[in-house]
Design a protein around this ligand. Structure first.
Ligand code: SF4
Length: 337
């Protein structure tokens, strides 16, 4: 399988680019031209000359690539069924209904969506003067959004929203978790004392990390450091020695002195790869948490995609969605140049 993929890559040369997210398994990552987190991969699209971009990650990432790609470029995903549990927690019509309710009395609410959301939700943000953020630039983008209006609607990850807001010094009384039941009919018009409205979404993988696991590591291995991703709950983040994006976690592990013991609270494929890259350190998962959707992308699936590259239907984003979603993404890329 590996040799067959290498042959196809050699034949296509610079006409093909394979992008992979850090949560992909090693068997896929070894074929990637570019490996990165959401922000790093989004940034790379603009400079790619390849006619075919194969995106090894979940569907919203391939959609983002398709939005940022040039019209003549085709973006493919080995399994279009690789969705994201968190992204699926934000139905577009419900976001529109919540925005209508919050702005009923004239307040200017800026929607800011984590990149882990559909193109349609990014389009809503683009249309309402909002933008997109990743875990790496969430503090910069939330600060930006807070400066644009009377309040921010942060979606879909409530944990990332709360962790980021706390880093910016926002108190708990300035945040409100939305009650989105009943098509948003419980959402009141914006309250001037509230700066941040949180959509009650979360990542099913990072929800597997709990404060008791950290307490247990502290007891059994008091010298070890514990690093977690900000999709974990604020209670977990509070107890950890550090929290940050995927690139932050990688950097911290790379910079740790030889002999360090580090427990990492994020998706297992990344932790496992870091452990292999640092045999002089002890790198362990806080618990083994795998993203079942990321796991839908396999080496066999990548091979099948490459075989039918010229006939396969590429990832398409509705025309009415592309322009406003691109606007939301470009605002982020502009603010975080
Ligand atoms: S790890 Fe969580 S946020 Fe990332 S794709 Fe999987 S479910 Fe979505």
């Amino acid at each position: 399988m590996r040799d067959s993929i290498m042959t196809i890559r050699k034949d296509l040369g610079s006409r093909l680019a394979i992008l992979a997210h850090h949560y992909q398994p090693d068997a896929v990552v070894r074929h990637a031209d570019i490996l990165g987190d959401s922000l790093e991969l989004a940034r790379q699209i603009d400079g790619l000359g390849a006619e075919h971009i194969v995106f090894c990650g979940v569907h919203f990432m391939a959609e983002t690539a398709a939005i940022l790609a040039r019209p003549e470029q085709k973006v493919h995903i080995p399994d279009p069924g690789a969705s994201c549990v968190m992204a699926n927690m934000v139905p577009t019509l419900l976001v529109e209904a919540v925005m209508t309710a919050l702005t009923r009395t004239g307040a200017k609410i800026i929607p800011l969506t984590y990149v882990n959301s559909s193109a349609a939700v990014k389009a809503v943000c683009g249309r309402h003067g909002g933008s997109v953020c990743t875990s790496a630039n969430a503090p910069t983008m939330l600060r930006w959004a807070l400066d644009q209006g009377d309040g921010v609607l942060f979606l879909p990850d409530a944990n990332l929203g709360r962790n980021t807001a706390r880093n910016l010094g926002l108190g708990p009384h300035t945040m409100r978790m939305l009650d989105i039941r009943g098509q948003g009919r419980f959402v009141e018009p914006a309250d001037p004392s509230v700066q941040l409205y949180l959509w009650p979404g979360l990542c099913a993988v990072h929800a597997k990390f709990h404060p008791e696991q950290i307490t247990s590591v502290r007891r059994s291995d008091p010298e070890a450091s514990i690093l977690v991703h900000p999709e974990c709950s604020p209670e977990v983040v509070e107890l950890a020695d550090g929290a940050g994006s995927t690139s932050y976690l990688i950097r911290r592990v790379n910079q740790a002195p030889s002999g360090s013991a580090i427990y990492v609270g994020t998706e297992w494929n990344l932790v496992n790869r870091l452990a292999g890259q640092h045999p002089d350190k002890v790198i362990l998962p806080l618990v083994k948490a795998l993203c079942s959707n990321m796991a839908k992308i396999t080496e066999a699936g990548l091979f099948a995609t490459l075989q039918r590259l010229h006939t396969a239907r590429p990832v398409r984003v509705d025309e009415t969605v592309t322009a406003p979603a691109r606007l939301a993404l470009e605002r982020m890329l502009h603010v975080c140049r």
